[in-house]
Design a protein around this ligand. Structure first.
Ligand code: NAD
Length: 479
């Protein structure tokens, strides 16, 4: 199926007249083409967004809220169709797309549809000076949203929903690797009554279409989720133009397991936090540190559970692990397994490609557990973003805290312990944007979401996102 841009409320062929192939990762075949939009396409999208901004920014909060919630309802009504499209495009199990990806995309619209009605700004009475200050929070204008392939519609809408709720008009680009559900979203927005030009969805390569969005002089802000090196590149281009930037980047997250934890719950959750979505979630706990007293037991139990995971076709209901998103990505992940072995890592299970009958050219890989001796090896320092985790033992709190923080990333950490003092010590000292204690990936959309260090700048979620997409203006009135 060939997809098109969605600009000014309609599907449009790209002015660039250039296309790139869209692959189905479950069988390695090209199953459609997507536009590779250029600067002319972005200019067209920009002009449509700019003219829509005049009235959208003046639309009442109630009306914006109503439309966002309608989009959410239409996504829910089309759950099966969207989940199947997401699974085919990305390679993720249909069960995951049905239970997580598409419901969360719907929640994003509902959440920000509600949040905007509660969003408020401060006032400050300057006592004794006969003056009052208040803050206006005005929409920025036309903003750019660029998202990755791992949670395609989930992360795409996580940016779009607050941007339009706050009164901005948007030029949004999904990953060229997984464009399908973003394409389908256009029609839903039209059906929900979103005025023309408020949301413009353009497709294409990062270096062509993404770059053109970032370079556009009148696009006021860029909300980006993706790799750390891409984020650095975007910052280099955007900073001299003084654009507002929100960067959600890579991770190399520690999963710290103490012997005083609830073992069964930890074990079950650790399998998920390691391999959900083929390990292609920025929040996956790819470095597992286990207290020495339970290390051998954990190693045995964990490997046994991981071996039971079924790698299979994404649409097969019994599949736990689907296909990796693309051939280059599969090759990258495999190269890291080789690097780990060359560095002295011991493969405890996995490490090999899987042939799924009838889909021999799909990108399937066994979930892989590697035992490492130290945290300075490349497999523990660099983001792999696939079904690969390492395990290593530790003895003291101080030691594991140092190991956990000894990495350039700082997105999330998971801590398994029932010790309250330890929980507070680690919560204070872990250098990450998120710390989960005795759980993984429980998401409350009101919380600030984002990373420290090279995992990003700024926070998404809740009112943080609405603050990002508005410009605060202080008004001081003397009376
Ligand atoms: P990527 O950086 O290659 O691409 C992300 C998006 O940026 C895509 O839409 C791509 O087309 C676009 N892009 C690429 N080059 C660009 C450029 N020069 N200018 C503008 N846009 C450009 O990332 P990916 O491979 O799609 O996704 C995987 C990465 O995303 C991992 O590093 C992962 O950790 C990260 N990620 C982070 C979070 C988070 O919330 N922190 C969430 C999900 C994924």
């Amino acid at each position: 199926m060939n997809i098109q841009n969605y600009i000014n409320g309609d599907y449009q062929l790209p002015i660039s007249n250039e296309y790139v192939d869209n692959y189905n990762p479950s069988n390695g075949e090209v199953y459609g083409k997507i536009p590779n939009s250029n600067t002319e396409d972005i200019e067209y999208a920009y002009n449509s967004a700019k003219s829509a901004f005049r009235s959208w920014s003046k639309t009442t909060l109630e009306e914006r809220s109503r439309i966002l919630i309608k989009i959410s309802e239409l996504l829910e009504a089309n759950l099966e169709r969207f989940a199947k499209a997401e699974s085919i495009d990305n390679g993720k199990p249909l069960s995951l797309a049905t239970s997580i990806d598409i419901p969360r995309a719907a929640s994003n619209f509902r959440f920000f549809g509600n949040a905007i009605t509660q969003f408020a700004s401060e006032s400050h009475e300057s006592v004794g000076l006969n003056a009052v200050n208040f803050t206006l929070r005005q929409p920025l204008g036309v903003v750019g949203c660029i998202s990755p392939w791992n949670l395609p519609l989930y992360l795409f809408t996580w940016k779009i929903a607050p941007a339009i709720a706050a009164g901005n008009c948007v030029i949004a680009k999904p990953s060229e690797v997984t464009p399908m559900t973003a394409y389908l979203l256009g029609k839903i927005c039209t059906e929900a009554g979103l005025p023309k030009g408020v949301l413009n969805i353009v497709h294409g390569l990062g270096t062509t279409t993404g770059q053109a969005i970032v370079e556009h002089p009148n696009i006021k802000a860029i909300s980006f989720t993706g790799g750390t090196s891409t984020g650095a590149n975007i910052a280099r281009v955007a900073a001299p133009m003084f654009k507002k930037l929100s960067l959600e980047l890579g991770g190399k997250n520690p999963n710290i397991i103490f012997s005083d934890c609830d073992y069964d719950k930890m074990l079950e959750t650790t399998v998920r936090s390691s391999f959900a979505n083929q390990g292609q979630i920025c929040l996956c706990g790819s470095r597992i540190f286990v207290e020495a007293s339970i290390y051998e037991k954990f190693k045995k139990d964990f490997v046994q559970k991981v071996k039971q995971l079924k790698v299979g076709h994404p649409l097969d209901a019994s599949t736990n692990i689907g296909a990796l998103v693309s051939k280059p990505h599969l090759e990258k992940v495999e190269s890291y397994i080789k690097i780990a072995e060359d560095e002295g890592g011991k493969i405890l299970c996995g490490g090999l490609e899987v042939t799924v009958e009838g889909f021999e050219n799909g990108y399937y890989l066994q979930p892989t557990v590697i035992e490492v001796q130290n945290n300075s090896c490349r497999i523990n320092q660099e983001e792999v973003f696939g079904p690969v985790v390492t395990i290593m033992p530790f003895t003291t709190d101080k030691e594991v805290l140092r190991l956990a923080n000894d990495v350039k990333y700082g997105l999330s950490a998971t801590l398994w312990t029932n010790n309250l003092n330890r929980t507070m010590q680690f919560s204070q000292k872990l250098q990450t944007g998120i710390v989960w204690v005795n759980i993984w990936m429980l998401r409350d959309l009101r919380t600030p979401f984002g990373g420290a260090k090279e995992s990003g700048v700024g926070r998404e979620g809740g009112f943080e996102a609405l603050r990002f997409f508005t410009e605060p203006k202080n008004i001081c009135i003397k009376y």
